[in-house]
Design a protein around this ligand. Structure first.
Ligand SMILES: Cc1cc2nc3c(=O)[nH]c(=O)nc-3n(C[C@H](O)[C@H](O)[C@H](O)COP(=O)(O)O)c2cc1C
Length: 184
């Protein structure tokens, strides 16, 4: 037996882990980085924003703002500003999620909105990928978008009609779970 067999078997077990069909949309959400040239209509864009704003936030403060970038030249600038988002140039729309940072939970609030938008994209048959925004990447994105430095950019999401397919999967790993008290 190959030394890799147990690793492959473990991977296969994880891949085949049971997925409750009621949660299909969660498992079907995958990072899609290839898109067709088809644009997103305004209705789809608004639906994505609606879903993003349905996210939970601390004290329901909803500290998020959204910038929707469909212009090709601007998307190219964003692709250049972010070293791991070259596909922003091909996406139909890039959503920038940002806001006025207030309190310790601001990033968590915006992360919730980001995940909601991703799941909504999957539900609408679109492809999307979360592109994390770090301190090093922020200046170029402020520059390209005109978002003032007084507001903090948390994430960038590239969305479009998918030109690649990825299988749903759960990644369930019981080794990452403790019960009652932390273990090992
Ligand atoms: C905070 C965060 C930042 C990420 N940044 C990037 C990124 O800059 N570029 C990219 O291609 N994918 C990025 N991703 C997507 C991850 O690579 C992806 O979620 C992970 O590989 C798991 O694959 P899946 O989304 O298909 O389940 C990011 C995801 C998260 C949650």
């Amino acid at each position: 037996m190959s030394v890799l067999a147990p690793i492959i078997a473990a991977g296969a077990a994880q891949y085949n882990a049971p997925m409750d069909k009621r949660l299909n949309i969660i498992y079907a959400r995958r990072s899609i980085r290839r898109f067709t040239a088809e644009p997103l209509g305004d209705e789809l864009i608004e639906e994505l924003l609606r879903a993003a704003m349905a996210a939970p936030s601390a004290n329901n403060r909803q500290p998020w703002r959204f910038l929707v970038v469909t212009d090709e030249a601007l998307r190219r600038q964003l692709a250049e500003a972010h070293p791991h988002a070259a596909f922003a140039a091909e996406a139909a729309a890039v959503f920038i999620i940002y806001g006025e940072k207030a309190g310790e939970l601001f990033e968590q609030d915006l992360a919730a909105a980001t995940e909601n938008l991703l799941i909504a994209a999957a539900g609408l048959g679109l492809g999307a990928c979360w592109c994390g925004v770090t301190d090093a990447r922020r200046p170029g994105i402020h520059q390209a978008t005109g978002i003032p430095r007084s507001l903090e950019i948390v994430s960038m999401i590239c969305v479009g009609h998918p030109a690649e397919h990825k299988e749903p999967r759960s990644q369930y790993d019981p080794a990452r779970v403790s019960w009652q008290r932390h273990q090992g």
